[in-house]
Design a protein around this ligand. Structure first.
Ligand code: ATP
Ligand code: MG
Length: 266
């Protein structure tokens, strides 16, 4: 039954302190297979810091986190990716001078069997593997309707498509959990609608569990099954979208404030 399922992600009293500031404190989050979970809260609440903790960028000063029951504290960012946590960043991080296709291909490259000799001397094995990687990358691009842009430089893509490319690239790693940090930030309504369709497609096609940080409440409320609200580094509330939307504390701390938005860089 539900209680016996192992969470894909579990944080236990997770926290980090920067000097005197408890940026994240006592955070307990559980994500089960196939779930799409929202993480919301005011600017500076600690949302991105949670992503940085569970991707090995920061080391927790308290608590722990587990991926499919495996304790992850102390792993490097590289080991975290190997273990199956993929993410996108609040500020887009693409290889701007590489093509759209190459951006996805480099993410596949960690799986390539080709050794240095084979790649330097471009042996038949190299070309075969290269062609297979290109084909897999193309298939991913198609899912996001980016295949028509494959040969363009990433920096020349419209903003919304750059964000989708980041997600496509994250999918090239063999992942168990996907973390999206404000994917809709700076998008126009048409781009946000495209993003929403892409996230739905990911869920239906891959059943990937997703933790979504977002300030766009209509997006979060319409696609997430459960939502955690963070305020001053602590979980203020968690529950179904309608519970969160009507929660007095959440309205007071966040939802009732007009000026929150994802446009600024944090
Ligand atoms: N490396 C660091 N050193 C010191 N303080 C930090 C560090 N990283 C984050 N913080 C602080 O932790 C707090 C949480 O920041 P964080 O970026 O996680 O907020 P956020 O919820 O993602 O906000 P936003 O919605 O604006 O992106 C902020 O007060 C921030 O200044
Ligand atoms: Mg942030």
């Amino acid at each position: 039954m539900a209680e016996e399922r192992v969470p894909v992600l579990e944080t236990k009293c997770l926290g980090i302190q920067f000097g005197g500031l408890k940026a994240v404190n006592d955070v307990n989050i559980e994500i089960y297979p196939g779930e799409l979970i929202g993480l919301i809260g005011p600017n500076g609440a600690g949302k991105t810091t949670i992503f940085n903790l569970i991707t090995g960028i920061y080391k927790p000063t308290s608590g722990s986190y587990l991926l499919c029951g495996r304790r992850m504290n102390g792993l490097s960012t590289h080991q975290v990716v190997e273990a199956g946590i993929a993410r996108t960043f609040q500020n887009i991080r693409l290889f701007k001078k590489m093509t759209v296709l190459e951006n996805v291909m480099v993410a596949f490259n960690k799986d390539m069997k080709c050794n240095l000799f084979q790649s330097i001397f471009r042996t038949p094995f190299f070309w075969k593997e290269e062609a297979e990687t290109a084909q897999k990358a193309m298939e991913l691009l198609k899912l996001f309707q980016l295949d028509g842009f494959a040969d363009q430089l990433a920096e020349n893509l419209p903003y919304g498509k750059q964000r989708l490319l980041e997600i496509a690239r994250a999918l090239a790693t063999d992942m168990k959990l996907l973390l999206l940090d404000e994917p809709a930030a700076g998008m126009n309504p048409v781009e946000t609608a495209e993003l929403k369709e892409s996230i739905k497609m990911l869920r239906e096609k891959f059943r990937i569990p997703i933790l979504l940080i977002e300030h766009d409440m209509s997006l979060v409320m319409s696609i997430c099954e459960r939502i955690y609200v963070l305020n001053f580094g602590e979980i203020l509330a968690s529950g179904k979208p309608e519970e969160i939307a009507n929660n007095k504390d959440v309205i007071e701390a966040y939802l009732g404030k007009e000026d929150e938005g994802g446009e600024e860089d944090a």
